[in-house]
Write a protein that binds this ligand. Sequence first.
Ligand code: MG
Length: 381
Amino acid sequence: MKRILILGSTGSIGVSTLDIVREFKDQFSIAGLTIDKNIDLLIEQIDEFKPDAVAVRDRKKADELRKIVGSKCNVFEGEEGIIELSASLDYDILLSSMVGFAGLAPTIEGIKRKKRIALANKETLVAAGELVTSLCEKYGAEMLPVDSEHSAIFQCLIGEEKKNVDKLILTASGGPFLNKGKEELKGVTIADALNHPNWKMGSKITIDSATMMNKGLEVIEAHWLFNLPKERIDVVVHPQSVIHSMVAFIDGSIKAQISTPDMKLPILYALSYPERLEYKKIVTNFSDIGTLSFQKPDAEKFECLKLAYDVMEAGGTAPCILNAANEIAVHYFLEGKISFNKIPELISYALDTIENHKSPNLETIFECNRITRECLNKKFN
Ligand code: MG
């Protein structure tokens, strides 16, 4: 029986993970849950999964929750509470699925304790990839991707030698604006951008998919997970999202991992690896799918994707600046304060304005994240 701590249990990955735990009660149990502020859903999760402890970032909501659950469950609070839970609770797998940079510190606590990290929070590797991968090596912690593209690549690489890998090919749905012209992007609404064709996800990642920043972040994530340079990580638009990604080998052979799009599959694999568990709910019927199509991503229209490749070239804290600026830009877009096409503009502004530090330590990364947010927030307050 594996005990799981879920960081972000009321988000879309958290809820899907609990669906898996419900299906495989004899394999997995819940040690702890952490959330931002949705205590109504957390109360239901506590009743059903009986965690030893939970953490709520919003202190007022944590207080409310304590009054409701009483002695049934230990309630930690604030960002420190989430970190403390990750650093002290008894668990085997840390499912890291918080949104954004906030996931970094609690994930590092899990790494230090040599836990299996099931990583859905790609921002952890974008902002601090060099540091996080070297910590995993130092402590011997195992990091398994939950992101569907990276899970696909991980699966394609099993049984293969690294010297035989030519390229990674990440597939991208292209998001809701695949067939719009660059000029048309100026006028798109928040509702348009939130209307993803294939995946039902949280608002931050859905906007990232619409700008294709999500794919940019994933290229950086792939670089750190699989230790390949950006020149050997390609992106191809594949609107059906049936091929989750591919690996090309030096002899010209290509392996792909394929299924109906459902995040439960990569989650289950990250929890059960190296085993596979029998799960009959994800059915892939090729004659129903009919056609698979592919096209080149439009780098001129999707400027965010190009920015992500640029920060990989720049190195140092540039990816951390990109990540923080993107989080702020998406936040202001969702608040209706900026138009959709301003998102890459704000990120470029941050990258031009804020100094890049080479080989940053953890402190430098936290400082860089803070400065970038402050720099952009100033433009709006
Ligand atoms: Mg993905």
